[in-house]
Design a protein around this ligand. Sequence first.
Ligand code: SAH
Ligand code: MG
Length: 198
Amino acid sequence: MVTNLEALIRDIKKYALDHKIPIMQDEGIDFLTTFIVKNQINTVLEIGSAIGYSAIMMALANPNLKITTIERDRERYLEAVKNIKKMDLESRITLVFHDALEANIEGKFDMIFIDAAKGQNIHFFEKYERNLTENGYIITDNMNFHGLVDKLDNEIESRNLRSLVRKIRDYRAFLVNHPNYDVELLNIGDGIAIARKK
Ligand code: SAH
Ligand code: MG
């Protein structure tokens, strides 16, 4: 059984690589799963499922964990449905096919994991913080955006990329200056932010 699970995960990672889908790096996944166990996280809301990889890894880390995860891309959503079914995790992972900026999610979650369009992070944060439990955490991936966030603007070639990188910097400033959250920025994987309600 274990080898079977491992083979399925290997297939998912290969699919992501072949289709250029930016799933979380190993280091980031290790951090996330350890964090979930250590902090007894039992409910997660994920923004940006892609093909379900990070949701699956989180679910495997804690057998009591329930995850709701939102994806707006039809092809990826359908692939996520398939993968979650193959892993037999349908009872614990709820996939929502929707634009997260417009979805309406009921209930409260111990952790909100933001890993979708990097320019929209402030909007995701502000929209979904009402879904956070009292002592919950909002975790955001790709805070370094492949090392670009700490580069000088004139070192970044394309205009679109520069604008995106500025938005990630703005989000970083928004987080560290937020009056209601304690924030830690970690140089793990592609950069992870942890915000905890004060
Ligand atoms: N968390 C995944 C990777 C997500 S990649 C993993 O590590 O396995 C980011 C995903 O967010 C993409 O699939 C993209 O389609 C989705 N996305 C971007 N903006 C979104 C939005 N506004 N609503 C829902 N999904 C969004
Ligand atoms: Mg990511």
